[in-house]
Design a protein around this ligand. Sequence first.
Ligand SMILES: Nc1ncnc2c1ncn2[C@@H]1O[C@H](COP(=O)(O)OP(=O)(O)OP(=O)(O)O)[C@@H](O)[C@H]1O
Ligand SMILES: [Mg+2]
Length: 413
Amino acid sequence: MHKRKIIRVILKSILIRVQRGYNIRRHMAANPVKILLIEDNLAEARLLQEFLKQAKSHEFTVVHVQRLAAGLEKLRANNYDAILLDLTLPDSQGLVSLPPLMNQVPSTPIVVLTNINDDELALEAVREGAQDYLVKRQVNVTILIRSIRYAIERKQALETLRNVNQTLEHRVEEKTAELVKAREINKFKSEFVSMLSHDIRNPLNTILLAAGLLQNSDRKLTQEKKQSHFQLIRSAIHNMAHLLDEVSFIGKADAGKLECELICLDLVAFCSEIVAAARLKAVNTHLNLVFSSHGDLGEILCDESLLRHILENLLNNAIKYSPPGGKVTFDIKKKDKQLIFQIQDWGIGIPEAEQKKLFQPFYRASNVENISGTGMGLAIVKKCVDAHNGEILVNSQVGLGTVVTVKLPLIDK
Ligand SMILES: Nc1ncnc2c1ncn2[C@@H]1O[C@H](COP(=O)(O)OP(=O)(O)OP(=O)(O)O)[C@@H](O)[C@H]1O
Ligand SMILES: [Mg+2]
């Protein structure tokens, strides 16, 4: 399917160019062919101009200059159909005249003019990019016209080839990039599935174990033990359900289905409520969670549920990765049409080399040791921040702590 499409694109571009070539020939027949003659020998120049005047098949207009610099000047000001270039000029000798001309007008054909016995030089010029060469004393009307026409046609054919080549190269690059991306997505998918099965297997094992104990040792178990086994089963199921919710959240975001439903929110009241819930969770660790808002924040437009995901996850992390009795600060302010949320802790920190991977689902840094977690929190936070067209920055040092800053654009009411 793709192959056919590529062939169709190439054929189309060839056709367009063939048509363009045909148009050029028609144009040549109907309009005078503009020649730039760069020749310092006035007698030779006059002779060539005379030959061109005698041509019956085409009408030529010739602009004559005696130096390369003057030729380049003319080419800057006007378009020419072909250049006749003498290789022995006062300001440029031999093949060095070619590159500046070809750089300035890469699609204008060049015919070099050489002296008798300069065949080697002439051939070298053609190898370097000239379309043809003429030996001065051997030129006549027919040879001159044939050479100019041939040079124009040959250059056109070369241009067509070059363009087709470029189109092809471009398509190949595009397809290669698509392939690389597809391979990365596949790799990511398999990693995702294996992490998910790994994280589901843990609570499943707990359920199997506790259910087995309840079934086989029912009579030997005290009422208290039974209750604790049931509690284990309940929390394992709760963990699985939570994990599946997070995975489906990421799936929804990846499918572009995460919508931002804006409502008017009293920001300070909303954040205070989230802070109160976080303090309650952290009550056993005697952590000091300090919340402060700066300036008049009032009501803002945002998606309540997405903002809750962001703040709850970041506060949970700051608390979870802090030592018992530690401190966490949570600041909010408005600055430059942005809402800025900053959460800082003085906990375990994140190794620098791993910080760029934090937003990948299931990624956990190497220093978490036995602190539990699935590695989904920050992936979700990132999706929510993206849905708000915001940005998230992590600044962290192992052993010193972490500062996470979220910037959301303020939306006009
Ligand atoms: N405040 C923090 N201090 C130190 N490390 C952190 C902090 N926040 C995030 N991390 C590191 O980033 C990793 C990813 O965080 P993320 O919130 O996505 O997952 P998690 O906390 O491990 O699990 P959960 O899905 O339950 O939130 C963490 O495992 C941890 O290594
Ligand atoms: Mg987390």
